[in-house]
Ligand binder design. Structure first.
Ligand code: PXP
Length: 242
Protein backbone atom coordinates (compact mmCIF):
# COMPACT_ATOMS: atom_id res chain seq x y z
CA UNK A 1 0.00 0.00 0.00
CA UNK A 2 1.27 3.48 -0.80
CA UNK A 3 2.20 5.82 2.07
CA UNK A 4 -0.39 8.25 3.40
CA UNK A 5 -0.04 11.88 2.35
CA UNK A 6 0.06 14.64 4.94
CA UNK A 7 -0.21 18.07 3.33
CA UNK A 8 1.63 20.95 4.97
CA UNK A 9 -0.33 24.16 4.34
CA UNK A 10 2.06 26.68 5.98
CA UNK A 11 2.59 28.45 2.66
CA UNK A 12 -1.10 29.29 2.41
CA UNK A 13 -0.71 31.19 5.67
CA UNK A 14 2.49 32.80 4.35
CA UNK A 15 0.55 34.18 1.41
CA UNK A 16 -2.17 35.51 3.69
CA UNK A 17 0.37 37.17 5.98
CA UNK A 18 1.87 38.97 2.99
CA UNK A 19 -1.13 41.32 3.19
CA UNK A 20 -2.18 40.70 6.76
CA UNK A 21 -5.83 40.06 5.91
CA UNK A 22 -7.92 36.92 5.66
CA UNK A 23 -7.06 35.61 2.19
CA UNK A 24 -6.26 32.90 1.45
CA UNK A 25 -7.61 31.12 4.55
CA UNK A 26 -5.53 28.06 5.55
CA UNK A 27 -8.68 26.42 6.87
CA UNK A 28 -10.20 26.59 3.37
CA UNK A 29 -7.05 24.96 1.97
CA UNK A 30 -7.30 22.29 4.66
CA UNK A 31 -10.84 21.45 3.60
CA UNK A 32 -9.94 21.31 -0.09
CA UNK A 33 -6.95 19.08 0.70
CA UNK A 34 -9.22 16.85 2.75
CA UNK A 35 -11.72 16.47 -0.07
CA UNK A 36 -8.86 15.80 -2.53
CA UNK A 37 -7.91 12.79 -0.41
CA UNK A 38 -5.13 14.09 1.88
CA UNK A 39 -4.80 11.83 4.91
CA UNK A 40 -3.74 14.60 7.27
CA UNK A 41 -2.99 18.30 7.49
CA UNK A 42 0.22 19.68 8.95
CA UNK A 43 0.99 23.22 10.10
CA UNK A 44 4.05 24.62 11.85
CA UNK A 45 3.32 27.09 14.64
CA UNK A 46 6.54 29.06 14.74
CA UNK A 47 7.58 31.20 17.72
CA UNK A 48 7.62 34.30 15.50
CA UNK A 49 4.16 33.43 14.07
CA UNK A 50 5.48 34.32 10.64
CA UNK A 51 2.80 32.28 8.90
CA UNK A 52 0.42 30.06 10.88
CA UNK A 53 -1.43 31.82 13.71
CA UNK A 54 -3.00 30.40 16.87
CA UNK A 55 -6.43 31.03 15.36
CA UNK A 56 -5.57 28.75 12.42
CA UNK A 57 -4.91 25.84 14.76
CA UNK A 58 -8.26 26.26 16.46
CA UNK A 59 -10.18 26.53 13.19
CA UNK A 60 -8.39 23.59 11.58
CA UNK A 61 -8.96 21.39 14.61
CA UNK A 62 -12.62 22.29 14.67
CA UNK A 63 -13.48 21.71 11.02
CA UNK A 64 -11.18 18.95 9.77
CA UNK A 65 -12.27 15.33 9.86
CA UNK A 66 -8.71 14.16 9.09
CA UNK A 67 -5.92 14.31 11.69
CA UNK A 68 -4.16 17.61 12.41
CA UNK A 69 -0.41 17.46 12.96
CA UNK A 70 1.16 20.56 14.51
CA UNK A 71 4.89 21.05 14.25
CA UNK A 72 6.46 23.19 16.94
CA UNK A 73 9.58 23.69 18.99
CA UNK A 74 9.82 21.85 22.30
CA UNK A 75 9.38 25.04 24.35
CA UNK A 76 6.87 25.90 27.05
CA UNK A 77 5.67 28.89 24.99
CA UNK A 78 4.86 26.66 21.99
CA UNK A 79 3.24 23.95 24.10
CA UNK A 80 1.02 26.48 25.89
CA UNK A 81 -0.40 27.44 22.50
CA UNK A 82 -0.63 23.96 21.00
CA UNK A 83 -1.72 21.61 23.80
CA UNK A 84 -5.16 23.23 24.43
CA UNK A 85 -6.01 22.68 20.74
CA UNK A 86 -5.48 18.93 21.18
CA UNK A 87 -4.17 18.11 17.69
CA UNK A 88 -3.89 14.40 16.92
CA UNK A 89 -0.11 14.69 16.74
CA UNK A 90 2.58 17.16 17.71
CA UNK A 91 5.82 16.90 15.77
CA UNK A 92 8.71 18.37 17.72
CA UNK A 93 11.18 20.19 15.48
CA UNK A 94 14.26 22.33 16.01
CA UNK A 95 13.55 25.98 15.32
CA UNK A 96 15.73 29.03 14.88
CA UNK A 97 14.53 32.50 14.01
CA UNK A 98 16.91 33.00 11.10
CA UNK A 99 16.03 29.85 9.15
CA UNK A 100 13.80 29.98 6.08
CA UNK A 101 12.45 26.53 6.90
CA UNK A 102 13.27 23.74 9.35
CA UNK A 103 16.91 22.88 8.82
CA UNK A 104 18.02 19.51 10.12
CA UNK A 105 16.44 17.16 12.62
CA UNK A 106 16.20 17.48 16.40
CA UNK A 107 19.19 16.28 18.38
CA UNK A 108 17.17 13.90 20.57
CA UNK A 109 20.33 12.53 22.17
CA UNK A 110 21.53 15.94 23.35
CA UNK A 111 18.03 17.07 24.36
CA UNK A 112 16.88 13.82 25.92
CA UNK A 113 16.08 15.02 29.44
CA UNK A 114 14.09 18.02 28.20
CA UNK A 115 12.30 15.91 25.57
CA UNK A 116 11.34 13.29 28.13
CA UNK A 117 9.30 15.89 30.06
CA UNK A 118 7.72 17.37 26.94
CA UNK A 119 6.71 13.96 25.59
CA UNK A 120 5.19 13.05 28.95
CA UNK A 121 3.20 16.31 29.02
CA UNK A 122 1.85 15.71 25.50
CA UNK A 123 0.93 12.11 26.28
CA UNK A 124 -0.94 13.26 29.40
CA UNK A 125 -3.11 15.32 27.02
CA UNK A 126 -3.60 12.28 24.74
CA UNK A 127 -1.53 13.83 21.95
CA UNK A 128 0.71 11.58 19.87
CA UNK A 129 4.31 12.68 19.63
CA UNK A 130 6.50 12.50 16.57
CA UNK A 131 10.15 13.60 16.57
CA UNK A 132 11.65 15.10 13.41
CA UNK A 133 15.05 13.42 13.21
CA UNK A 134 17.92 13.00 10.82
CA UNK A 135 18.05 9.38 9.67
CA UNK A 136 20.68 8.21 12.16
CA UNK A 137 20.66 5.07 14.25
CA UNK A 138 21.41 6.81 17.55
CA UNK A 139 18.64 9.39 17.06
CA UNK A 140 16.06 6.72 16.22
CA UNK A 141 17.09 4.60 19.21
CA UNK A 142 16.72 7.64 21.46
CA UNK A 143 13.22 8.33 20.09
CA UNK A 144 12.22 4.80 21.09
CA UNK A 145 13.84 5.19 24.52
CA UNK A 146 11.92 8.43 25.06
CA UNK A 147 8.69 6.62 24.13
CA UNK A 148 7.84 8.83 21.18
CA UNK A 149 5.04 7.39 19.07
CA UNK A 150 6.60 8.20 15.72
CA UNK A 151 9.65 9.57 13.99
CA UNK A 152 9.57 11.79 10.94
CA UNK A 153 12.81 11.17 9.09
CA UNK A 154 14.34 14.29 7.58
CA UNK A 155 14.60 13.84 3.82
CA UNK A 156 16.11 17.32 3.42
CA UNK A 157 19.68 16.15 2.79
CA UNK A 158 18.46 13.68 0.15
CA UNK A 159 16.22 16.31 -1.46
CA UNK A 160 18.98 18.94 -1.53
CA UNK A 161 21.62 16.77 -3.22
CA UNK A 162 23.08 18.76 -6.12
CA UNK A 163 21.78 17.65 -9.54
CA UNK A 164 23.68 14.66 -10.85
CA UNK A 165 24.75 13.43 -7.38
CA UNK A 166 24.23 9.74 -6.72
CA UNK A 167 21.46 9.52 -4.05
CA UNK A 168 22.26 5.91 -3.08
CA UNK A 169 23.98 6.72 0.24
CA UNK A 170 21.25 9.06 1.42
CA UNK A 171 18.53 6.62 0.42
CA UNK A 172 20.37 3.84 2.26
CA UNK A 173 20.47 6.01 5.40
CA UNK A 174 16.72 6.60 5.10
CA UNK A 175 15.99 2.90 4.50
CA UNK A 176 18.17 1.75 7.41
CA UNK A 177 16.68 4.29 9.81
CA UNK A 178 13.15 3.37 8.69
CA UNK A 179 13.76 -0.33 9.27
CA UNK A 180 15.23 0.31 12.71
CA UNK A 181 12.42 2.65 13.75
CA UNK A 182 9.79 0.18 12.66
CA UNK A 183 11.56 -2.66 14.49
CA UNK A 184 11.58 -0.51 17.64
CA UNK A 185 7.81 -0.03 17.38
CA UNK A 186 7.86 3.55 16.10
CA UNK A 187 5.61 4.77 13.33
CA UNK A 188 7.73 5.97 10.43
CA UNK A 189 7.05 9.21 8.59
CA UNK A 190 9.32 11.18 6.32
CA UNK A 191 9.43 14.60 4.81
CA UNK A 192 11.18 17.80 3.82
CA UNK A 193 12.01 18.94 0.34
CA UNK A 194 10.05 16.18 -1.39
CA UNK A 195 8.56 16.91 -4.80
CA UNK A 196 7.15 15.12 -7.83
CA UNK A 197 10.64 14.30 -9.12
CA UNK A 198 12.33 13.01 -5.97
CA UNK A 199 9.53 11.51 -3.89
CA UNK A 200 9.39 8.09 -5.61
CA UNK A 201 12.34 6.33 -3.93
CA UNK A 202 11.30 7.59 -0.46
CA UNK A 203 7.68 6.55 -1.00
CA UNK A 204 8.95 3.10 -2.02
CA UNK A 205 10.53 2.44 1.41
CA UNK A 206 8.15 -0.18 2.83
CA UNK A 207 8.26 1.04 6.45
CA UNK A 208 7.39 4.66 5.60
CA UNK A 209 3.73 5.05 6.53
CA UNK A 210 3.27 8.73 5.78
CA UNK A 211 4.96 11.57 3.92
CA UNK A 212 4.60 15.21 4.92
CA UNK A 213 4.85 17.46 1.91
CA UNK A 214 4.30 21.21 1.74
CA UNK A 215 6.34 23.46 -0.48
CA UNK A 216 6.10 21.48 -3.70
CA UNK A 217 2.35 20.83 -3.38
CA UNK A 218 1.45 24.43 -2.54
CA UNK A 219 3.84 25.68 -5.23
CA UNK A 220 2.13 23.46 -7.82
CA UNK A 221 -1.27 24.49 -6.45
CA UNK A 222 -0.58 28.11 -7.38
CA UNK A 223 -0.26 26.94 -10.99
CA UNK A 224 -2.72 24.06 -11.34
CA UNK A 225 -4.98 24.27 -8.26
CA UNK A 226 -4.72 22.54 -4.89
CA UNK A 227 -6.87 19.55 -5.69
CA UNK A 228 -4.97 18.60 -8.89
CA UNK A 229 -1.64 19.20 -7.10
CA UNK A 230 -2.62 16.74 -4.38
CA UNK A 231 -3.97 14.21 -6.85
CA UNK A 232 -0.81 14.25 -8.97
CA UNK A 233 1.34 13.71 -5.86
CA UNK A 234 -0.86 10.82 -4.79
CA UNK A 235 -0.58 9.25 -8.23
CA UNK A 236 3.22 9.21 -7.84
CA UNK A 237 2.94 7.69 -4.36
CA UNK A 238 0.68 4.93 -5.70
CA UNK A 239 3.09 4.24 -8.54
CA UNK A 240 6.06 4.04 -6.14
CA UNK A 241 4.38 1.48 -3.87
CA UNK A 242 1.26 0.06 -5.47
N1 PXP B 1 8.42 18.04 7.84
C1 PXP B 1 8.87 19.02 8.68
C2 PXP B 1 9.26 18.64 10.07
C3 PXP B 1 8.93 20.35 8.24
O1 PXP B 1 9.35 21.31 9.07
C4 PXP B 1 8.52 20.65 6.92
C5 PXP B 1 8.55 22.07 6.45
O2 PXP B 1 7.71 22.85 7.20
C6 PXP B 1 8.07 19.61 6.11
C7 PXP B 1 8.05 18.30 6.59
C8 PXP B 1 7.60 19.84 4.71
O3 PXP B 1 8.69 20.23 3.95
P1 PXP B 1 8.44 20.83 2.50
O4 PXP B 1 7.66 22.10 2.69
O5 PXP B 1 9.82 21.04 2.00
O6 PXP B 1 7.67 19.80 1.74
Amino acid sequence: MSPRLGVNIDHVATLRQARGGHEPEPVAAGLIAQSAGAHGITVHLRADRRHVQDRDLRLLKEVLAIPLNVECAATSEALEAVVPVRPATVTLVPETREELTTSGGLDAVFLQSMLRGVIRELHQSSIRVSLFLDPSEEQVKMAAKLEADAVELNTGVYADLPPGTDPTDELTRLRTASRLASRLGLQVLAGHGLNLRNVGPVAAIPEVEELNIGHSIIGRAVLVGLEPAIREMQAILREARP
